[in-house]
Design a binder for this molecule. Structure first.
Ligand SMILES: Nc1ncnc2c1ncn2[C@@H]1O[C@H](COP(=O)(O)OP(=O)(O)O)[C@@H](O)[C@H]1O
Ligand SMILES: CC(=O)OP(=O)(O)O
Ligand SMILES: [Mg+2]
Length: 402
């Protein structure tokens, strides 16, 4: 009998689940889908069977939690004869956002691993609980199958101590494991490698700044394939301006909100994580909507955009300094891949750093990795679509097939 080669990947977010079924034997994608607005009114599942040219299917039944959503995903897969009971499945790969210091590589989930992921819930409250539900649901359906955790933090464990430590009292920091962990690592790893490939180079030869701009957003400095700095910290709140998160603020803002504005710690947490960023600045977190409003002359949308881009520029400048020599800047994720005006504005005025975009190349819409810098530019500027699911499947399969 040949060994099973299929991997189901679950990428559970705070209110969504993205999933893909891949065959690592022949590299084919058999199914892909997304459940959105879990726990809100109007939950929606979109399922696309890719193997036999099947039709895209949609469900709009309410899904109260991740358990309900994953049940619906399992049903859709079963409808195509691709259910979790299939003997062709080699493993389920799970995105786990926070792995703390302990996990620097993909790991087969045991009770003990789950307990550690659970312990880290306070530092990834929007993400780790959803990841745990995904793992438990898949385990209940297929207790015999390896469940593999692929951690967002893993790629960043190579950061030097001087980039990972906050300048706070060492004993206090160590007692509470307070340090910069970084997130979106699976994407930063994949995109930095794909960028090297686009340049026709080995990852060990190039220094890349990766800008992962999705709903959550982070930047990283990758030197010769290793992460040397990243913008997220103890939690995914630090760094860039995001859809609903503030990114960097003076920590004293929180004391002020507590002491002077009389807010509770939970209220401040919600404010900074869910009511800030683009949504807090202008009421919208979708870059498409913000661009539409700007085109209509909306001043609040314009200011939100300018704040977003200003922060992005500061990190680009900082990582040019951190890396010394930069070979490429790569834009990725929903905003990075699709929003040409963000790319243009982020690169504007950075000619001294060797950075520029060619307006015609920047306007091209494509799902392929591509250069957008002018011909002969000193630094390549690229759009490199991320594929966290493929990267999770690769890491999962390489662990269980060895
Ligand atoms: N065509 C587009 N133009 C501009 N922005 C877009 C476009 N498509 C998606 N986006 C942005 O991408 C975001 C989602 O990015 P994504 O990487 O899917 O995020 P996440 O994985 O965090 O849910 C949306 O909120 C929106 O701001
Ligand atoms: C870690 C993180 O911010 O993830 P996401 O962008 O999926 O919210
Ligand atoms: Mg994402």
């Amino acid at each position: 009998m040949t060994s099973p080669t299929r991997v189901l990947v679950l990428n559970s977010g705070s209110s969504s689940v993205k999933y893909q079924l891949l065959d690592m034997g022949d590299g084919s994608r058999l199914a892909a889908g997304l459940v959105e607005r879990i726990g809100e009114s109007g939950s929606r599942l979109v399922h696309t069977p890719l193997a036999r040219g099947g039709e895209r299917r949609e469900r709009t039944a309410p899904m109260a939690d991740h358990t309900a959503a994953l049940g619906a995903v399992a049903e859709e897969l079963a409808t195509d004869g691709l259910g979790l009971d299939s003997p062709d499945l080699a493993a389920v790969g799970h995105r786990v956002v926070h792995g703390g210091l302990r996990f620097s590589a993909p790991t087969v989930v045991t009770d003990e691993v789950l307990a550690e992921v659970e312990r880290l819930v306070p530092v990834a409250p929007l993400h780790n609980p959803a990841n745990i539900t995904g793992i438990r649901t898949a385990m209940a359906l297929r207790p015999d199958l390896p469940q593999v955790a692929v951690f967002d933090t893993a790629f960043h464990t190579t950061m030097p101590e001087y980039a990972a430590r906050y300048a706070i009292d060492v004993e206090t920091a160590d007692a509470h494991r307070i340090r910069r962990y970084g997130f979106h690592g699976t994407s930063h790893a994949y995109v930095s490698r794909e960028t090297a490939r686009l340049l026709g180079k080995d990852p060990s030869e190039v220094n890349v700044i990766v800008l992962h701009l999705g709903n959550g957003a982070s930047a990283s400095a990758v030197a010769g394939g290793r992460c040397v700095d990243t913008s997220m910290g103890l939690t995914p709140l630090e760094g860039l301006v995001m859809g609903t998160r503030s990114g960097d603020v003076d920590p004293a803002v929180t004391f002020h909100l507590r002491r002077v504005a009389g807010m509770s710690v939970d209220e401040i947490d919600t404010l900074l994580n869910k009511k800030s960023g683009l949504v807090g600045l202008c009421g919208d977190n979708d870059m498409r909507e913000i661009r539409r409003r700007i085109d209509e002359g909306d001043e609040r949308a314009r200011l939100a955009f300018d704040i977003y881009v200003h922060r992005l520029k500061k990190y680009i400048g900082a990582y040019c300094a951190v890396l010394g020599r930069v070979d490429a800047v790569a834009f990725t994720a929903g905003v990075g891949e699709n929003a040409a005006p963000v790319r243009e504005a982020a690169m504007a005025g950075l000619e001294q750093l060797g950075l520029a975009v060619d307006p015609e190349l920047n306007a091209v819409r494509s799902g392929e990795p591509r250069l957008i810098s002018p011909e002969g530019a000193r630094v390549a500027v690229a759009v490199v679509p991320t594929d966290e699911e493929l990267e999770i499947a690769r890491q999962t399969y390489s662990l269980v097939s060895n």
